[in-house]
Every structure is written in C-alpha cells, then in structure tokens.
Design a protein around this ligand. Structure first.
Ligand code: SF4
Ligand code: SF4
Ligand code: FES
Length: 220
C-alpha cells in the first residue's frame, strides 16, 4: 500500500498539509491556487501531454508538470513566477497559432479553458501569419459534433472513453498539429446517452447538437 502519511508542502508561500503522493495540482487546489491545465482531469490517469501546468519546484532544475508530480515532505512550489508565466504563454501561443476565431459561435464560449487562459496569459495580438490548419466539421453521431480546428490535443476524450467508459471508441490519428480525434467504427457512434466526451473536452472541439446555435449548455 502506498505511503500516504501527511507531508508539509509550500505552494506560493502557503504551507499546507496533504497526504504524501498527492499531485501538486491537487495540493495547489487545496491551497486555493488554480494551476492552468488542459490534459489533466481528476477522473483520469495523469498523461502530462499538454505542458500547460508547468510550475517551479525548489531544488529541481527544470519546470515540472504539476499534474504528474507528487508532493514530498518540505516541497516548495511556485506557480506564478516570470519563468512559469512565460511557459504558460508559450504553450498557449503554440495552441492559438492554429486555433480559429470561433468564440462568438462556439458553444464552449464563456466556460472555455482556452478562452480563460488566453485572457489571463497571452497578449491581444498574434505573431503568427501562417495559414491555420483546416479540418472539416464531422459528426460522431446524430447528437455529437466535432470541430477539430478547436482541438488542443489533450486526449481527455480518448482517455475518458477508454478509462472511465471502457468503450475505447476514440483514438488520435495523424501527427503533430494535424492530429485529430477519430472513432473506429465505419458508422456513427451509438452512444448518444453518454456524452462524456462532450463534457470532458476542455474546449469546444466536441459539442452537443441538441443546443447548437440555440443556447450554450452551461447557461442552463
Ligand atoms: S474552443 Fe474556446 S477559445 Fe476556441 S473558439 Fe471555442 S470558446 Fe473560443
Ligand atoms: S477533442 Fe477535446 S478532449 Fe479530445 S483531444 Fe481535442 S481538445 Fe482534448
Ligand atoms: S495538465 Fe499537466 S501536462 Fe497537461
């Protein structure tokens, strides 16, 4: 059985006591500090693929991913230094380089992690003038729309379908920025009563057609 004895950890000058092995991102949450993240979700195993949650940990030479680093006795974590903020800004800049200006018509608008983090960390202008990637709109099922132009490739939907639902219907296909989430079946998915991928997507890449262009689901 893993050792879960209480340990003291200091996060942004607040010292709290948490069970040993608690992830830094969860310890920070308990201290009232929100560390930005895309791929982390408490229901899923850490995957540490998006790099949005980087923090400084004293005596560690490089920035660490808060979503996959467990706390230890006496650990000192800083989540808002210049180096950390620059890291957040860089991660977002790469994501936004290929992200459409869809917010006014996106059902996630108003409760979107990318929208929130962009407001907090990025400048209002972009340095990118290159043509953005373009995926055509597709449908997983009559009720589920996917817009891969908005995907931040966090794989939460794939991992949820695998780890929580044990259905394994989704997988990433392609490489780099052209990676897209596909379903394996040759016909539409028969899972409209789950909708877990809609809920767990941190942006508006997978949305419900029930509310499309009528209302934003989070307004209910
Ligand atoms: S996913 Fe978020 S940032 Fe992107 S268009 Fe939708 S609301 Fe805007
Ligand atoms: S569709 Fe959403 S949940 Fe799935 S990888 Fe893209 S951003 Fe993440
Ligand atoms: S949330 Fe930590 S790497 Fe994605």
């Amino acid at each position: 059985m893993p050792n879960t004895d209480p340990v003291k950890v200091t996060i942004d000058d607040q010292t709290i006591t948490v069970p040993k092995g608690t992830l830094v991102i969860e310890a920070a949450r308990q201290a009232g500090v929100m560390i930005p993240h895309f791929c982390y979700h408490p229901k899923l195993k850490p995957d540490a693929n998006c790099r949005m949650c980087l923090v400084e940990v004293e005596r560690m030479p490089k920035l660490q991913t808060a979503c996959s680093t467990p706390v230890g006795e006496g650990m000192v974590v800083r989540t808002a230094t210049t180096v950390v903020n620059d890291a957040h800004k860089s991660v977002l800049e790469f994501i936004l380089a290929n992200h459409p200006l869809d917010c006014p018509v996106c059902d996630q608008g108003g409760r979107c992690d990318l929208q929130d983090f962009s407001h907090e960390y990025t400048p209002t202008t972009s340095r990118f003038i290159e043509v953005k990637r373009i995926f055509q709109k597709e449908y997983f099922s009559p009720l589920i729309e996917k817009q891969m132009n908005r995907c931040v490739q966090c794989l939460r939907c794939v991992r949820y379908c695998d780890e929580v639902m044990d259905v394994k219907a989704l997988a990433p296909v392609g490489r780099g920025t052209m990676t897209e989430i596909k379903h394996f079946t040759t016909h539409e998915l028969d899972c409209e009563f789950c909708g877990g991928c809609i809920q767990i997507c941190p942006v508006g890449a997978i949305t419900s057609r029930l509310s499309m262009y009528e209302f934003r689901p989070w307004m209910l």
